[in-house]
Write a protein that binds this ligand. Sequence first.
Ligand SMILES: [Fe+2]
Ligand SMILES: [Fe+2]
Length: 441
Amino acid sequence: MTPIKFYLVTDTHYYEPSLGASGKAYEEYMKTEQILLAESSDMVKAVFAQIMADKETEYVILPGDLSKNGEKESHNSFIKELYKLKKAGKKVYVITAGHDYNEWSRSFVNDECVPTPGVSLEELYDLYYDFGYSEALAVDKQTLSYVAEIAPKVRLLAVNCDSSDDAKGVIDDRLLDWLQVQIDDAKKNDCFVFAINHYPIIPSVPVFDLVGDAHVKDWRKIASFFADNGVELAFTGHMHIQSINEFYSKSGNRFVDICTSATVGSPVQYRKIDITADAVMTVETLDVPDFGWDLGGLSVREFCDRQFVVSNINKINRALDGDEKYKKLLKKFLNSVKISTLGKLLFIKPDKSIKDKKFMDFAGEVGCKIFAGDQPYVEGTAVHSAVSGVLKRFNFIIKKVEPKLQKGDEPLNLTEMLLNTIANNKGFSDNNAVIKLKNTK
Ligand SMILES: [Fe+2]
Ligand SMILES: [Fe+2]
């Protein structure tokens, strides 16, 4: 096959700063926002500058959520940055997603959050025409999915599962039929085909299988469709998480899903992919570089991790706002209780390395590590012992819940699912991996 190297940058959530990103309403909004907004433009520019400095990598691929929330001004500015990549010799391919055309385009003027003009799904085709559609062999106008031969005998299947407000994360039978035609044509022409899709196709961590918005609908069917049609590889985003997962169809064909972090939020990374002529793929994870802001002595990663933890704690607290007495008590308890106290209540002895941590900080830290991939809480670690202790205590409830949550034919083991969510037991890294592909010409 033709060797190919590309950068995979996703969920840039670019926000045009002149729309306004300060004031009381902005500060209030950012209390529960996981990704950065005022800084996003400079973060994206810093990543693109790093990409432009690499003269050996010709391609940049972006699988959706390009803008913060579909603001016209954000798209216009972001597209200018894409043209700069082009001018520097890069070939750029995008798909759009839910955050590129939704109804919640807002800006922050003085101390107010005010609506700002957004774009419709139909407008996105013209706006991004030069970044995929202009050289497409076929376009599905309904979803803005397309296929393009980006290098000799290498076809990109750009699938848009996020093109309708009432069917988010859906690849329906009509789109599957269209994809079948495109894959058959690629095969007839002896092409290597890989896909991009905004939503993860395989749940990034086991517990995401239970979360509807965390993967495409009917993901086993979709993953099997690709695997059995010889499309072994897809790059995805949406969940702002680092993961690499494989799935085998009932016919024994493999499908690999590589999901990448948002560019503008924890774990604040992007990827460089290198597929050699003999189909060995190297996946390298890169950090978003310093983007020239004073982050109070923190690194970009530390700054974004802090935003992740604080915004999620604030979300929990906001959910517990209200006059009901039980909410007030629960809120107070969760914000003050230490792991050691929880341990006493549940007859568990937590390791001394974690016992003095406040529960909320501890949960935030664990959540942050889950989204960074290569989850470190394997058997024998203090966190694994504490979590498995808690799960044992609640086993009688878990056993009652499991049949209700089960989706496929296989019985659900919730304990194993949760423990494999905090520990990467897959045998390969979510961040840096070498994968031998088989479906190549
Ligand atoms: Fe996103
Ligand atoms: Fe998304």
